[in-house]
Design a protein around this ligand. Structure first.
Ligand code: PAF
Length: 262
């Protein structure tokens, strides 16, 4: 596995693959890798000849009051996790590599960014499309894989690729859950033992809402279970999507709507 930090190193690492016409699969991450990320890497390996994984905690998608500084970082540990998966290139740029002329970008999130996350994190999707468009420009992938856990993000990226006319296939990777159904997330590392017990109810409550379509009951149940605040439980894209807080940790999840019609 080759490691690249600068754009020049990335080009060097990819040169032979590009020259020999190999297709490139790409998995952008912010590190703190868990089995959910590793499943995205395996999906990328199925879809392309070689795989590039980026590790970059993107400052432009965090508001000043959010957890950018505290976000878990363990690049060496991440690289160890990627080695057994035969990843070809790991790209770990610095802020200066990706934002050499500052963070302004003409690329803005489209209509899929409206509502849901944007109500509570208005800066978020513009920051995501800013960095992902730069990463796409650097890696020039044929295929890119994003987790369905951040379902709205997946839809925003799909829209960005269409709007910019990029020839990149965007693939959604299924949510990986622990044995209690909790969606794996780098932010789960912030949870205390008691919070973890409560967090494990989130998927159960929205799974029930995916059957009943009763979003108000789901919100009430989340609060009753011990969540401190519910940002939203909403139906969109034929899914129930939710975001809720446990102390300082914000968790998101989504479940496809379950049809009860026979
Ligand atoms: O989903 C993430 O981890 C990030 O939002 C992404 C897509 C890597 C952009 O920083």
């Amino acid at each position: 596995m080759k490691k690249a930090v600068t754009l020049q190193e990335l080009d060097q690492a990819l040169e032979d693959y590009r020259n020999s016409g190999k297709t490139i699969g790409f998995v952008p991450t912010m590190g703190a890798l868990h089995d959910g990320h590793l499943s995205l890497v395996n999906l990328a390996k199925e879809k392309a000849d070689i795989v590039v994984v980026s590790i970059f905690v993107n400052p432009t998608q965090f508001a000043p009051h959010e957890d950018y500084d505290a976000y878990p970082r363990d690049v060496n540990g991440d690289i160890e996790k990627l080695k057994p998966l035969d990843v070809d290139v790991v790209f770990c740029p610095t802020k200066d590599d990706l934002y050499p002329d500052g963070t302004d970008s003409a690329v803005k999130a489209g209509s899929n960014a409206e509502g849901l996350e944007t109500i509570f994190r208005p800066h978020f999707f513009d920051g995501v499309v800013n960095v992902v468009s730069r990463l796409f420009d650097a890696v020039k992938p044929d295929v890119a894989v994003f987790g369905e856990k951040d379902f709205q993000q997946l839809m925003v990226i799909r829209e960005m690729v269409e709007t910019l006319g990029l020839d990149i296939e965007i693939i959604g990777g299924e949510i990986v859950r622990d044995e209690h159904g909790l969606a794996l997330s780098s932010r789960n590392a912030y949870l205390s033992t008691e919070e973890l017990e409560i967090a494990r109810q989130l998927n159960k409550i929205i799974r029930n809402a995916a059957k009943t379509k009763d979003l108000d009951t789901a919100k009430a149940e989340l609060l009753k279970t011990g969540f401190d605040k519910v940002d939203y439980v909403e139906k969109r894209w034929n899914r129930i999507l939710a975001a809720a807080w446990l102390g300082k940790t914000r968790l998101i999840d989504n479940i496809p709507v379950i049809s009860t019609e026979r």
